[in-house]
Design a binder for this molecule. Structure first.
Ligand code: NIG
Ligand code: FE
Length: 403
């Protein structure tokens, strides 16, 4: 006897084994037991199975719960003043070099406790959840000392414990050089390698380690040292790469079997080939592209050519992507980067799961996967990216339970 049987629905399984666009099964049904999907198919195929609860969905579409695989959701303060400066003509890089940008948020973040950080992030998380998010990656990177980074990661864990959402925490150790290390870059790197990573690994506070490989961030050599250390502590790696310039970060990440390279506006074919060989995911972040009024688009054609899976995420952060709507990112991935609606949805489901090494657990509607689902009042799945910020599902189910 199953716990729940969802009927009277159309299903965008996003499972490549289902040969229709969106892996669609019309007039389908989903059997759920112990928080997992046990069966999915046409209603007629599931007839004769009994469940404690039969849920009629009035012809709605069911998708996997959305997965936001790149966010900086936890931070102190906000950067609306910097937004105004940029409108007056200052560039993101100029503001960063003048001691604003990320470092501005570092000051506000260090001043807050883990509890206060979680409180500040809560409305943002709730907005993402209303938009359909059932799993969210959350990076640190605004603490930049061991205690403050740990406080950020504890805030992320607390958010996951208090809400029906899965949280995947990432230590973004090399985000910006903290002001107190301005003339001692190497000392900061040593702090990260000798203290921060071991502490975070020991406490089990993060699943992965990330860095910002950029002229205003960290050099490929510094990132290499970080990745060596992370790997030795059995932490996976990922990289903000090729956002504002090309430092061959994607290829470097591939050498360390990274989960993903993210942004990638300036990536070239060699980098993408390396990503393909390493089985990496390309995480596209249209919110940051839009907010910075960028003109160079990520090389989507090359990603398709080399069959690198594309994920799409909000990059929710106070500086370059104050985005609170996952469905807006589906739309922008299509309008700005020319993804198809099916590619965009795969980017926030199946491929986002892979970017978090959770592809065995979530991301498609298939037997054995966790029953993390969204129920949408739409006529066709393409509608999810057609609306410029669809308001969200009518039902969100996490581990089989309405959430
Ligand atoms: O993903 N690129 C670096 N990190 C963030 C921006 C962080 C900030 O400006 O606060 C990003 O775009
Ligand atoms: Fe980011």
């Amino acid at each position: 006897m199953w716990d729940r049987l969802l009927i009277d629905c159309n299903i965008a399984t996003m499972d490549p084994a289902v040969p229709a666009p969106f892996g669609a099964i019309e007039n389908g049904a989903i059997g759920i037991a112990d928080g997992r999907i046990v069966r999915v198919g046409r209603r007629t195929e599931l007839a004769g199975n009994r469940a404690r609860e039969v849920v009629k969905l009035d012809g709605a579409w069911v998708t996997p719960g959305l997965i936001d695989c790149h966010t900086h959701l936890v931070f102190g303060g906000n950067r609306s003043a910097e937004f105004e400066q940029r409108l007056e003509g200052a560039s993101y890089e100029e503001i960063a070099r003048a001691g604003g940008g990320i470092v501005f948020t570092v000051r506000a973040t260090r001043a807050a406790s883990a509890e206060r950080l979680a409180e500040a992030a809560r409305p943002r998380l709730e907005a993402l959840m209303r938009g359909g998010v059932t799993t969210v990656e959350i990076k640190s990177g605004y603490g930049l000392d061991t205690d403050s980074e740990c406080a950020m990661l504890r805030a992320a864990a607390r958010l996951g414990a208090e809400h029906p959402v899965r949280v995947s925490p990432t230590l973004l150790a090399l985000h910006a050089l903290p002001p107190e290390y301005r003339d001692r870059r190497e000392d900061y790197l040593h702090l990260v390698l000798d203290e921060m990573i071991p502490t975070v690994a020991e406490a089990g506070l993060a699943d992965a380690v990330d860095a910002f490989c950029e002229g205003i961030g960290f050099t490929p050599d510094e990132v290499r040292a970080l990745f060596e250390c992370a790997s030795s502590h059995h932490l996976r790696v990922k990289l903000h790469a090729e956002q504002l310039s090309n430092l061959n970060g994607a290829a470097l990440a591939a050498e360390y079997d990274a989960l993903s390279a993210d942004h990638l506006e300036h990536a070239d074919e060699a980098g993408i080939e390396a990503m393909a060989h390493a089985g990496m995911v390309a995480v596209l972040l249209p919110g940051a592209f839009y907010a910075l009024s960028e003109t160079k688009k990520p090389p989507v054609e090359l990603l398709r050519k080399h069959k690198v899976p594309m994920a799409v995420a909000t990059d929710c952060n106070p500086g370059t992507s104050p985005v609170l709507s996952p469905t807006l990112m589906l739309n922008m991935a299509c309008t700005l980067f020319r993804l198809t609606p099916e590619e965009a949805l795969a980017g926030m489901t199946r491929n986002a799961a892979k970017a978090l090494a959770l592809e065995d657990e979530i991301g498609t509607i298939a037997p054995g996967k966790a029953a993390d689902l969204c129920v949408w009042n739409v006529e066709r799945p393409a509608e999810l990216s057609y609306w410029i910020g669809h308001p969200g599902p009518v039902r969100r189910i996490v581990a089989g339970v309405d959430a």
